[in-house]
Write a protein that binds this ligand. Structure first.
Ligand code: MD3
Ligand code: FE
Length: 226
């Protein structure tokens, strides 16, 4: 893929590429559906005992998990103690292409966290620091309903910028931006203020098309965790 004309700089080492994966989305969603049949979405529990509102699963050699014992990457899905589904070639290709377009050559993720947001679901401000090394970038793909992403600073209290992430958008974060605090505001209801939905056919799934995305947002986050 050639350099995106809509590449937008979010930080010194963070790039938003609007619509970067729109064309590949149907193939990515077909692969995602097969993954979720084997490793279903589930609500993990934080070390403090809170049920996370965002439902999660993983593919790849390592999967991010949270439970009473803490946050960590595991080779096996704790639901059945079998390896997570393999990362599809189309996922690896997309992550590598996006990283390269943002200036990070040779990105080979071994972990893909799948986050599913329903209306009202949010991800509070945090840093991603469960990976072994912070020298690798992180690539994130947004699918389905739009969400407002919060892009904070190096300290939790730093003012956070708001960025709308829509279907097919890809963001790449590395270098100096790798440990910035970030989060996602509560997802808006897809029906809210949308007069045109009154005319939609029964079974309509919105402009992103796939039934997996009906009424939700799915974010795929690619990392080199091990
Ligand atoms: C900025 N997920 O899973 S992805 C997460 O939309 C997570 O589901 C959000 O934060 C989501 O940990 C945002 C974008 C993202 C991922 C890692 C980052 C942004 C980041 C690391 C540093 C700075
Ligand atoms: Fe994060």
């Amino acid at each position: 893929m050639t350099s995106s004309p809509t590449r937008q700089r979010l930080g010194s080492c963070a790039w938003l590429m609007r619509g970067f994966a729109v064309a590949q989305a149907p193939a990515l969603l077909a692969a995602l559906q097969a993954i979720l049949a084997r490793a279903p979405l589930r609500h993990m529990v934080t070390p403090g005992g809170q049920r996370m509102s965002v439902a999660m699963s993983n593919c790849g050699a390592l999967g991010w998990t949270s439970d009473r014992g803490g946050y960590r990457y595991r080779a096996d899905d704790p639901l059945h103690d079998r390896p997570w589904p393999a990362m599809p070639a189309a996922f690896q290709q997309l992550a590598g292409d996006a990283a390269r377009a943002a200036g990070f050559d040779g990105f080979e993720p071994d972990a893909c966290l799948i986050n599913r947001y329903l209306p009202g679901n949010r991800l509070s401000l945090h840093q991603d620091r469960d990976e072994r090394h912070f020298g690798h970038p992180i690539v994130s793909l947004s699918l389905g309903l739009p969400a407002v992403f919060l892009f904070g600073g190096a300290a939790r209290g730093d003012r956070a910028a708001r960025v709308l992430l829509e279907h097919g958008d890809v963001v790449v974060w590395g270098g100096a931006d790798r440990l910035r605090f970030h989060g996602v505001l509560p997802l808006k209801d897809s029906q809210a203020g949308r007069q045109d939905d009154l005319l939609a056919a029964p079974g309509a799934t919105g402009d992103s098309g796939h039934e997996l995305l009906r009424g939700c947002r799915i974010n795929l986050t690619f990392r080199k965790a091990g």
